[in-house]
Design a binder for this molecule. Sequence first.
Ligand code: SAM
Length: 282
Amino acid sequence: MTACAGILYVVPTPIGNLADMTPRAQQVLAEVDLIAAEDTRHSAKLLQHFAIKTPAVAYHEHNEREQTTRLVTKLQAGESIALISDAGTPLVSDPGYRLVHEARLAGVQVVPLPGACALIAALSASGLPSDRFIFEGFLPAKAAARRQSLQALQAESRTLIFYESTHRIKECIDDMLAVLGPEREVVLARELSKKFETIHGAPLADLAAWLAADDNQQRGEFVLLVRGAGVQEAGDVDTESERVLRLLMAELPLKQAAALAAQITGGKKNALYKHALALSDE
Ligand code: SAM
């Protein structure tokens, strides 16, 4: 028995490929007393596919207040509940925050199952720095608000991750081009784990032209990943940083020179150290 009394399980479901449903997710969904689903009709297909007969109730943004109270009462009475959304990990641009928050406040144990999540899948294959990143969810639907949000993020040095739908992908890339400039690298991850999966990275000017030239690339579901401001390719050192590094290398051991150069220029210590090694070999 995997599912235990009085526990709220947060269960990810596939984002396109049913084979990504983990055995543990199947077992928990089959064993809990109740499934709280974002859309019961949508999830019925998934549950049917895996022959899961557990009863399901709707838990979505329009009923979450009342439903949270009901579900927490059931959990406190010893029922086990699994929370699922239409696709991917619940709470990630999906309903569930209120339920998890209230359940924990009420002392209910919450158990998360690891599984499909579009932003993590996209990041893992993007080739962009993954040591520090921020997830911004969906940008505003209206152009003025969208540009304002992008302006506020213009100087962010961490990798930026956004969700976008087929309706706005072109406008969104055009606004990124206008606000972040033609050179900023963006990776577009489309239809992950599905038949037409595409992961394409390019400077914004090229990406906008590529997208405009092919309507097919504007269809489906998207994750957009933006290289952080001022973050260079791994191992890449600009001429000013190299000048500083050379000056320091004349006076200090390599490691110290690289560390100090990183502090002065804001560059990456590792990249500067690698570069210092290369320069010392010259
Ligand atoms: N909870 C989900 C997760 O864990 O990724 C996200 C739900 S959110 C309502 C839906 C958005 O996620 C889509 O508009 C798209 O931006 C992104 N998304 C979901 N599935 C995707 C896929 N297969 N490929 C690319 N993006 C996807």
